[in-house]
Write a protein that binds this ligand. Sequence first.
Ligand code: TYD
Ligand code: MG
Length: 452
Amino acid sequence: MKAPGAKTFYACSNCGSTFAKWSGQCPDCGAWDTMHEEKAPAAGATRAAKGRARVEAPPTLSEVNADTLALLATGIAELDNVLGGGASPGSTVLVGGEPGIGKSTLMLQAAGRLAQRGYGTLYMSGEESAAQIKRRADRLGIRSDLHIGTDTEVDLILASADTIKPRALIVDSIQTTVDRQLQSPPGTVSQIRETALTISQWARAHNAVAFLIGHVTKEGFIAGPKVLEHLVDTVLQFEGDRRQWIRILRCLKNRYGSTHEVGLFEMTERGLAQIENPSAHFLSERPEDVPGSAVAVAIEGRRPLLVEVQALVGEGGGVPQRVMSGYDARRAAILIAILQNSGGLRLAGRDVYLNLVGGYTSDEPAIDLAGAMSISSAALKKPVPAGTVFIGEVGLAGEIRGVPQIAPRLNEAEKLGFRQAVIPQVNTRDLPPAGDLEVVGVRTLDHALRLL
Ligand code: TYD
Ligand code: MG
């Protein structure tokens, strides 16, 4: 009997047509170099014959274990949301930020929560001793049993990981991690790249999540050379002004989710606390009815955020000071020029201080109008109307330009008890039915300034 041999045919990878003979161009679709040899199932090897060799029934849906795919959530919503609901098993997350911003604190808190939820967790620090970490953990109120290591050599780190088999491995920091086989010192590009790659391969192979902490220097280790960005699945950036308490966690890259969410935290005596109602937080100390204060509605990620813009205009003498904090200096300079030109405000030679309250930073055009109102209010010593938010971009000719996402901004203002919103005229067109918030559309800066 003839052994069951496979019959050869040729298939076009472009259109799927099959032919007995090969040709350089597919006769059906005309594509070139798309024909590949394939084998037809042999005559004797019927599906039934093969199928009977199977001994176990395939599992039912309810029997399939999908836990290995389940996201690792810390229970810290501000962190989980930024990750897209949690960290994907097998992935590597880079957590970047300036030294002292709170990366170790955030990740130790996250590690504590993961361990508490029953995930094996290993926190490997090349930056602090085990005793120092213990003291910090005590201060943060962490009582769960996570593993603490202080190795810096990548082989030792992964040897510990092989023993403990954690679902979460935190490496603090990638700059202190070394591969002995490389000649270059820790923190160099080749060391960072090699050790990160080795750790991420371990994470993928073990279905664990690797969190790599990375210091971003002024030169910008993450944003600048982008040494690690393409190597990891997710890049988080922890930001804020070290002298202030607010911290913002942004997602710069996420292979498994959106990059629109941001997490808001407050650095307290006992670690990072989530800010659940940021608008209320930013406005908590706002003085009413004093000149030089106006409320803007910014958008962070997908979240509307009410922030106070404060201005102070001094008589000056000598070189006029322009001091911005939190407010983008370039946008502020343009705003001041516009106010002098089309607003008719006398600012030349005077000092202007502009501040976004609470350590918040933004360069969003939509906060222009509030900036302009607060400077004008300070210069004219007249408070802005009470209970009013200002939304709009100010154009060079003093026109008020439309902004995106007007509806969520107005909702947030209303939720926080504001009674009036001054917004770009163009944005008044497709608004949902008005609630208790009175909406005033303005076309020009002049128009808005008349409200003072
Ligand atoms: P840290 O997490 O060490 O920063 P990073 O790892 O990014 O370099 O935290 C830095 C600062 O946070 C440190 O100066 C002290 C402060 N901090 C608090 O205010 N409260 C706390 O509970 C902790 C642990 C730190
Ligand atoms: Mg640290």
